[in-house]
Design a protein around this ligand. Structure first.
Ligand code: UDP
Ligand code: MG
Length: 312
């Protein structure tokens, strides 16, 4: 009998988890169990300050297919997922959000493709839910930029709703970077991929943890963990600016030799100083981002800490 693990990270989802558990319960009874799959639901409580932990204990008592892990504090979704990946033992693992934005009805279709031999069956959003026009445009522009800077394929409308074969899970377990960007990692590992369209629902209860500030920081994380192209950009900027500066130098020298120099030129001087200062700060900032990553990774701290595990 083939086994499936449905893996979901949960942060402040006390009000959504009972509904998710009920939906998965009916999915198992009506679709998955009759086809001969044994299914487990693994929930990683990412240090929620609300009563998610108590709700999980209750649910695990009620539904025998539920396992859960409590992390010692909030480590962020990316690391919570790694905690789940380390503990998921199904032949295939289905990753989804616990706020009911990812429709459970898509799972049987993913499983079907997996049976056909695909290793990474990802959900691809048909719509983007109730998202502001600006956020939608910014995120598309961002994926465009990320794609240009790397040879791995970055898919724009793909989130963390996907089925991964055991092979992929084994590989992901070996990638121990603490500052994780799963979307980049899923692309990096390769394997045979297949998209399944789904429509994003509205978040059932509560609100998204990803505000603009957190999204921006995740975007920087995404770039600095996927590509070193910004360093190359800084190099090119240096080369081009130096070249222009050299031409200008020749121009100024020639002018002075031929016509003399009655001083003046305060505006030009100021512009040049400010522009070069800006370029230098930008380049230092870019280098700093990568040094910060090196700093974080060399400490070799574990990416997450488990408080307790309830796995049957
Ligand atoms: N999540 C988490 N840790 C966090 C923030 C979020 O485990 O620090 C989980 C959350 O419970 C949900 C998923 O990650 O299952 C997606 O979060 P959210 O719905 O807030 O983000 P959005 O859907 O807006 O991208
Ligand atoms: Mg959500």
């Amino acid at each position: 009998m083939k086994s499936l693990t449905i893996l979901t990270p949960a942060y402040k989802e006390a009000r959504n988890l009972p509904r998710l558990a009920a939906e998965i319960d009916s999915l198992i009874r009506t679709r998955l169990a009759p086809e001969g799959y044994s299914v487990r639901l693994l929930i990683v409580n990412d240090g929620s300050p609300d009563d998610t932990a108590e709700v999980l204990a209750d649910l695990a008592g009620k539904y025998p297919f539920i396992d859960y892990i409590n992390l010692s504090r909030n480590f962020g979704k990316e690391n919570a997922l790694l905690a789940g990946i380390d503990n998921a033992d199904g032949d295939a693992v289905i990753i989804m959000d616990s706020d009911l934005q990812h429709p459970v009805d898509t799972i049987p279709e993913m499983v079907k493709y997996w049976e056909e031999g695909y290793d990474d069956v990802y959900g691809s959003r048909k719509n983007r839910g109730k998202e502001s026009w600006l956020r939608c445009k910014l995120s598309l522009a961002y994926y465009n930029l990320l794609q240009r800077s790397t040879s791995q394929e970055i898919l724009p409308n793909v989130g963390d709703f996907r089925l991964l074969d055991r092979k992929c899970i084994e590989v992901l377990r070996q990638l121990r970077e603490t500052q994780r960007y799963n979307k980049g990692l899923f692309a990096w590992i390769g394997f045979k991929k297949k998209g399944v369209p789904y429509s994003t629902a509205e978040r059932a209860e509560g609100e998204s943890s990803f505000n603009l500030r957190r999204l921006l920081s995740l975007s920087l994380e995404g770039i600095s963990s996927t590509t070193t192209a910004p360093l190359r950009f800084a190099t090119w900027m240096g080369i081009i600016v130096s070249f222009i500066a050299f031409l200008y130098l020749v121009f100024v020298l020639t002018k002075t030799i031929i016509w003399g120099e009655p001083v003046r030129g305060y505006p030009t001087l100021l512009c040049v100083i400010l522009f070069l200062g800006g370029c230098q700060l930008l380049a230092i900032g870019i280098i700093g981002e990568y040094i910060a990553r090196i700093f974080a990774e060399t400490k070799q701290r574990p990416p997450y800490i488990v408080r307790d595990k309830h796995i049957r």
